[in-house]
Design a binder for this molecule. Sequence first.
Ligand SMILES: Cc1ncc(COP(=O)(O)O)c(C=O)c1O
Length: 484
Amino acid sequence: MTPDNPLKAAYDHATRYISEVAQRQVGSRMPRADLLAALGGPLPIAGTDPVDVINHLATSADPGIIATIGPRYFGFVTGGAVPVTVAADWLVSSWDQNACLYVTSPAASVMEDIVSGWIVELLGLPATAGVGFVTGCHMANFTCLAAARHEVLRRAGWNVETQGLQRAPKVRVLVGGEVHVSAVGALRYLGFGSDELEFVPVDGQGRMRAEDLRAQLGDSASPIIVCAQAGNVSTGASDPIAEIVLMAHARGAWVHVDGAFGLWAAAVPELRPQVRGIEGADSWATDAHKWLNVPYDSGLAIVADTAPLRAAMSMKASYLQRGDDEERIGMDWAPESSRRARVVPLYALFRALGREGLAALVRRNCALARRIAQRLAAAPGVTILNDVVLNQVLVQFKDDATTKDVIARVQADGTCWAGGALWQGQQAMRIAVSNWSTTEDDIDRSADAMLACYTQATELKLATLDGEEPDPPAARRSYRSLTR
Ligand SMILES: Cc1ncc(COP(=O)(O)O)c(C=O)c1O
């Protein structure tokens, strides 16, 4: 039956999508030109019935929707969306609150206070710490590093917010050789060019070498920011944060931790040693839309001492009504003023899962990452390039060219989706297990599909070497068919 209003139509499309997502082809099903044709056309002169708009939108966009919320999407580090958080997100749009001031949304303001407390407790960070609710880890890095810039310059007698950066004392910024591009980008926005960064050598897992940091810190009197990492985007390995904090603080430096997904190791007792000493840092950037499985977009900028953050972020104007100090002003904690109440899905997540449910989610994903690594490593010629300490797996299928071929075949096959990257000079397939709904069966199906693609890629290569015309890629043959 045709729904009689657009909300009902959207509800039907959304719930059908969510209930069927595990069965979908994971990747795109339509080339760009066809998508453009399906969705495009001239700007309408007259309007269309809202229900028809929603039906057309849902149907036409569908082939270009990637099943990132499904259980076999292993690209980038993406996470899914726990249904209760999607439901809460519907409320966010329905309420359409502006989370910039207390007076524009007392409920959002109070939830930000509550969820800040829960996050700090969950991660075992200092009780003084405060949280800014931003769009993602990139903006969380920016927000935290703005606070860092404020504070290290304040200690040098300089107010960067009023005096600017151009004549300020030089700030040294030290980062690991495997720093994520996001931190480099955030530093760029803050006036620190990428050529000005001091790169500290890393080990084979991408971890900053603490002894090299000690040597590079030296004894110059400059203000210093050290940017550490919890969870390398390829290997999942974390820097030796306890040592970094000790050395950097001895030099009066600010320690920022970029932990888009890796920071959540702190919430799982047996994984916490990987981020030992994390509570001693000055700021932490992380995502909720990755491992916490809330819908895009959701990032968290956390600072131990909230004064520098608020000094860096806050703006005042007579019409921007403020109440007493107890009433949280969202725009004091984040770079935006008008802002979606993106705390709401987080609030729902913490209520629905609790501390134990969240730890179980992270723990389960790590076990599944080990499972797929073991399945793949058992095949001849397959090498796991990283120590699988968290949820990230780097796989090489025989050599660089075969690995690229396998990635392309896996993406076209549609059982699962994984991307590629160079890891310390070697081509790897990246598998990030970060979805709440992934099961052992999904892992096994995905491993089978990847190995079948490997078989096809290798057979094609052998046939080409023999001068034979290769067969078209066989569908889903097991790896054994190659080795028998
Ligand atoms: C370590 C790290 N920092 C920052 C980011 C950027 O996060 P976002 O894309 O959510 O802004 C990522 C993304 O994968 C990351 O892995």
